[in-house]
Design a protein around this ligand. Structure first.
Ligand code: SAH
Length: 249
């Protein structure tokens, strides 16, 4: 997923990076140029990955892009004070593999790599929507890679991790053993839970909307360390619901 990319060439080159590593799904969030995937520069840089580019999905927000995603990695060139647990790209790719096939029953787990804009990177809010944060340990004196090159590094790590697991490439495996897996919560389920929880905390007067400080960011960081399951999200929503019901009475 490319969030607000500016340069059509990078979008094309990212499509190529994905296809060479056996992936085919590219999502572009709010590109600076509408219809960026049809720009001549994008098509030229995609080269033989023009099919991946042409079938790229364009959506308005990262929340839309992450709907149905069970585990996502935010790629950042800078470190962040808040946000999900930081992992090395290799460890993040390996962990991502564990989620493939851990979706709801009959549904495979979907994972996402999330990249930011060329100039400003990902916003803190976007980083906090993801399950983990990864930084490519580049030259500390100049650690900002070109967007499509960062995509290449992560797609390569993901390919190695999937090959190491013995999965058939090039396609991302569609299913894994449903017997050993616990359904993990998807991004939209988790976002719904945070909204519900926030509402309950405001009604409880624990969270002051005029002065929220970093409470929700801290709670996000806490829960993202735990790897929420579908059922656990339901329990937390149940607690929020009962707090709200009790206050109403
Ligand atoms: N100047 C921006 C960097 C933008 S580079 C900043 O300070 O955040 C464009 C995107 O490429 C980044 O948002 C990130 O997703 C990815 N990227 C570049 N270098 C990276 C690195 N060393 N580690 C992880 N991701 C990187």
């Amino acid at each position: 997923m490319l969030v607000e990319p500016s340069h059509p060439g990078n979008v094309g080159a990212a499509a190529r990076a994905l296809k060479t590593m056996g992936f085919s799904r590219l999502v572009v969030v709010a590109p600076k140029i509408a219809f960026v995937t049809r720009e001549p520069e994008a098509i030229a840089m995609a080269s033989g990955a023009d099919d991946v580019l042409a079938s790229a999905q364009v959506v308005e927000t990262l929340a839309d892009a992450l709907t149905g995603v069970h585990w996502s990695i935010a790629l950042t060139a800078r470190s962040r004070e808040y946000g999900p647990p930081q992992m090395a790209p290799r460890a993040a790719a390996e962990k991502a593999c564990e989620f493939v096939g851990r979706g709801h029953v009959g549904n495979s787990g979907t994972i996402a790599l999330v990249f930011g804009n060329e100039r400003v990177g990902l916003s803190n809010a976007d980083v906090e929507r993801c399950s983990a944060l990864a930084h490519i340990p580049a030259n500390p004196a100049y650690s900002s890679l070109n967007l499509a090159q960062a995509v290449q590094v992560l797609a390569y790590e993901l390919r190695l991790a999937l090959l190491g697991r013995g999965d058939a490439m090039p396609a991302i495996p569609a299913t894994a053993s449903p017997t050993t897996s616990v359904p993990s919560a998807s991004s939209d389920e988790i976002e719904g839970m945070y909204m519900h929880l926030e509402q309950a905390l405001v009604e409880l007067d624990f969270l002051d909307p005029a002065n929220p400080k970093k409470l929700m960011s801290r709670l996000r960081r806490l829960f993202s360390r735990s790897g929420l399951e579908h059922e656990e999200v339901n329990i937390l929503r149940g607690i929020a619901k009962h707090i709200l019901l009790k206050i109403k009475r």
